[in-house]
Design a protein around this ligand. Structure first.
Ligand code: PGA
Length: 232
């Protein structure tokens, strides 16, 4: 997953997609068995969706956030029904939102709920195990709810010290954490995020409990992101 955070204008988004597409064709990168997801800003999401139709890339899109409310009088919020037109996934509870925008467990849970209601797959970011334990996903009716929505949930383990620092967690530690999450929540995909690059991605994805990576900084360069996909 490429998490662009608060980067790229519409034009820059288009340029990224074209370079990525050229790279895929030139290098013949085989993405079989891999799900490639790009999370642009809301302002770029519609155009990215449009470009995808022309470029015929097998990419999926994620929104970086979702309103904890249904549509209505919530100035500045983008709700699940609006997101559903343009994306299949939503990043929920990223540590930058928890830290800088005061998102607590209750709000994260509301966002998970609204994602599932619209059949969007939430990619729930956690940095400590307690966040998984307090999550709605742990609640008793979670399984029946998931069944009724026929949806999946993805967890991303993102230790705070590793985000944007150039100092990733060790693959062994990340694997242990992923294993603990699965003990709590069952067999759901767990990703690792925090300073992932093309030269360290394999050390994480080769771990038995890690199903993929969430990439911030290194995903801004389309060719580096392509290398990450290739090496994963
Ligand atoms: P980073 O960010 O790859 O720049 O460390 C990861 C993230 O915050 O999702």
């Amino acid at each position: 997953i490429a998490n662009w955070k608060s980067n790229k204008t519409i034009k820059e988004t288009e340029e990224w997609l074209h370079s990525f597409s050229d790279g895929v064709k030139r290098k013949g990168v085989n993405v079989e068995g891999k799900t490639v997801i790009v999370a642009p800003s809301f302002t770029s999401l519609e155009h990215a969706h449009y470009c995808l139709g022309n470029l015929k890339l097998s990419l999926k899109f994620a929104a970086q956030d979702i309103s904890p409310f249904d549509e209505g009088a919530h100035t500045g919020e983008v709700n699940g029904r609006q997101i559903k037109e343009l994306a299949d996934y939503v990043i929920v509870g990223h540590s930058e939102r928890r830290k800088n925008f005061g998102e607590d467990e209750e709000m994260v849970n509301q966002k998970i709920e609204h994602s599932l209601k619209q059949e969007l797959t939430p990619i729930v970011c956690v940095s400590i195990l307690e966040q998984t334990q307090k999550s709605k996903l742990k609640s008793q009716n979670y399984n029946s709810k998931l069944k009724s929505y026929e949806n999946k949930v993805v967890i991303a383990y993102e230790p705070l010290f590793a985000i944007g620092s150039g100092k990733p967690d060790t693959p062994e530690n990340a694997n242990e954490f992923a294993k603990s999450i699965k003990n709590e929540l069952g067999e759901i995909p767990v990703l690792y995020g925090g300073s992932v690059k093309s030269d360290n991605v394999k050390s994480f994805t080769s771990m038995p409990h890690i199903g993929g990576v969430l990439v911030g900084g290194a995903s801004l360069d389309p060719l580096e992101f392509l290398k990450i996909i290739k090496n994963a």
